[in-house]
Write a protein that binds this ligand. Structure first.
Ligand code: ATP
Ligand code: MG
Length: 396
């Protein structure tokens, strides 16, 4: 049986003149995602990507699992290829869909003829294939409105393809078509989801993590790496940059009013992140903030935080409820890691009564009590970089 995976392009089909370059990136991303699985050819024609095994080692089940994580794919189907004649189409459909047709009670056939040279029109293909299926599977009946199984036949340039209903792909647009941005990642539930959501919009990610040893442990940092590994199944390679943050936090604690601790700390995070982002060709920052979730995520606090940097800051979770965020985190397999109980640098020093409406001029005045520039330079001097996940975007 000639089985393959047919991939339907998502939004990229709408991108007009950019379409060609989007398709090229998508094909490259699919190739890289399945490159370790043995031989597959990956080709595009007529808004469809064909992923075809070319040798015995090609593992199509695993290829399907990986394809589910590639952004830019609206839907995909596993399909059997038949020759473009009705006899082969009937035999292939009966053999390939034997189990489904045997266990269903009703079915219908839908045909699409993109190769107009094929002698039968779509309704004729449906009638002939439907009739032959009924002869072979006598328990079945046709139900055009509510069938248990729909047999699709697509007559295309390179052959006839037979499959059942398509499955949903990861959606979004291909990673590498949306520029580069830096995600501020903690070990919590929200920021890995924010990273995933921006990768889904085509953004290539760099990750910045503030760690505060000795107040935070090596295991807390390992947890962040595992979170990023889970995200990288979708986003491809992520460079994780770890910034030592304890010194800055100690200084703020010592020299600034306690109720402004969080906001000043967050401003330092933005200042340092912007520098790292610029050094890594990122054009924006991403955080996992959601409006009103905690004191530092009120409109006033966010305005005060943003004032510390000039880059755009994306907050894809801003309007989401915790439950909605958790639903995504379970789906992308970060939830169970996120709830492991290791301290984040933000939680070790949390003040009891943080300001929910900080006034910028007081925040800045308090921050000016610190030697901001040298603290930032000191932290930047001691960053370390770890490569996470497989390489999706760079040229090989
Ligand atoms: P999360 O679940 O992502 O930790 P949170 O609800 O705990 O979010 P905060 O602790 O206020 O919220 O953090 C808000 C955002 O700030 C996070 O989503 C993340 O983008 C960033 N952030 C927090 N802590 C860190 C850290 N240690 N390193 C880098 N970024 C951080
Ligand atoms: Mg957190």
């Amino acid at each position: 049986m000639n089985e393959l995976i047919l991939i339907k392009l998502g939004e990229i089909a709408l991108k007009g003149l950019n379409r060609q370059s989007f398709e090229t990136v998508l094909v490259k991303n699919i190739k890289r995602r399945i490159s370790s699985l043995g031989g597959f050819s990956v080709k595009t024609a007529q808004s469809t990507v064909y992923v075809t095994p070319v040798n015995e080692c090609a593992d199509i089940d695993e290829a399907e699992e990986r394809i589910k994580t590639v952004f830019g794919i609206a839907a995909y189907s596993r399909a059997a290829r038949a020759e473009k004649n009705m006899e082969d189409i009937v035999n292939t459909a009966a053999e390939y869909l034997f189990d489904e047709l045997s266990s269903a009670e009703s079915f219908k056939v839908e045909a699409k003829r993109s190769d107009k040279k094929f002698p039968l029109k779509s309704p004729e293909i449906c009638a002939e294939l439907g009739g032959s299926i009924l002869e072979k599977f006598t328990h079945l009946r046709v139900d055009v409105h509510n069938p248990q199984i729909t047999v699709y036949v697509e007559i295309r340039d390179f052959g006839a393809y037979i499959h059942t209903s398509a499955r949903r792909g990861a959606g979004g647009i291909p990673v590498g078509t949306g520029g580069k941005a830096a995600i501020l990642i903690s070990g919590g539930i929200d920021s890995p989801v924010a990273a995933y959501m921006m990768a889904k919009r085509g953004v290539e990610l760099t990750a910045i993590h503030f760690a505060s040893p000795p107040y935070t442990s090596e295991r807390a940092e390992q947890k962040v790496k595992r979170l990023l590994e889970a995200v990288s199944k979708y986003s491809g390679r992520i460079n994780m940059i770890t910034v030592p943050f304890a010194r800055i936090q100690e200084e703020i604690l010592e020299k600034c009013p306690e109720e402004l601790f969080t906001i000043i700390m967050r401003r330092f995070m933005m200042i340092i992140s912007q520098r790292i982002a610029q050094d890594n060709n990122c054009e924006a920052l991403i955080t996992g903030e959601s409006l009103g979730q905690v004191a530092s995520q009120t409109i006033g606090a966010i305005a005060c935080t943003d004032e510390a940097c000039t880059m755009p800051v994306f907050r894809p979770l801003i309007g989401m409820d915790k439950e909605e965020i958790i639903t995504v985190s379970r789906r992308i397999d970060t939830f169970d890691i996120s709830i492991e109980p290791y301290e984040d640098c933000c939680t070790v020093f949390t003040p009891k009564h943080p300001r929910t409406r900080p006034i910028l001029k007081f925040v800045k005045a308090a921050q000016n009590e610190l030697d901001c520039d040298s603290l930032v330079e000191q932290a930047l001097k001691n960053i370390k970089t770890t490569k996470i996940g497989f390489d999706l975007c760079e040229e090989s």
